[in-house]
Design a protein around this ligand. Structure first.
Ligand SMILES: [Zn+2]
Length: 182
């Protein structure tokens, strides 16, 4: 490490300890040229991953932005923040697995939509309508229709009720041979 006083590139470490937050190592060094002391910090490298925006611009990848987007989409919905944090973590891990240096914002958006689709339909539509920037109401309705078609919960029956019914059927099945009516 080059000495900040005399620029000599020769020093010895005289003390080494963790910083108060535990995320850095603080080293006290003594220059062997001028004898003065200075301090260096060693930290984990921040994620160098960058996001390619729609206009082609780049910005640092920040997991916080994913979480904030989720929170916004789930406003007033009965979804625990812990679940949103778990989703954020899954998305971040996936992104870091797939991309080393630059990730298109569209990829992140698709991951968010995929997660929200399973969690909350309202949040999903909110996010999708902002994210996909539907050109007109028809495009939006098509998306909505496609979605509602696959969601029995929105046609009067709750998904949980359905699951229970399936269990009941399974319990009944062994004692009931060939007597099932449709
Ligand atoms: Zn020096």
């Amino acid at each position: 490490m080059r000495c900040p006083f005399c620029k000599e590139d020769d020093d010895k470490v005289i003390d080494s300890r963790a910083s108060s937050d535990g995320f850095a190592i603080r080293r006290r060094r003594e220059c062997l040229g001028c004898g003065r002391r200075f301090t260096t910090y060693e930290r984990i490298e921040e994620s160098p991953l960058r996001v390619i925006k729609k206009d082609g611009g780049r910005e640092p990848f920040e997991r916080r932005k994913i979480l904030l987007g989720l929170i916004k989409a789930c406003e007033k919905r009965p979804i625990p923040i812990a679940e949103l944090e778990a989703i954020t973590e899954r998305i971040e891990n996936r992104v870091l697995e797939e991309y080393d240096s630059e990730v298109p914002v569209q990829y992140i958006g698709e991951l968010v939509m995929r997660e929200l689709k399973d969690v909350d339909q309202v949040a999903y539509v909110r996010f999708a309508s902002v994210y996909r920037e539907f050109k007109d109401i028809n495009e939006f309705m098509d998306e909505l229709k496609g979605m509602l078609g696959g969601v029995p919960g929105l046609r009067g029956k709750r998904a949980a009720g359905k699951k229970k019914a399936a269990k009941k059927k399974a319990r009944r099945a062994p004692g009931k041979k060939g007597g099932r009516k449709s």
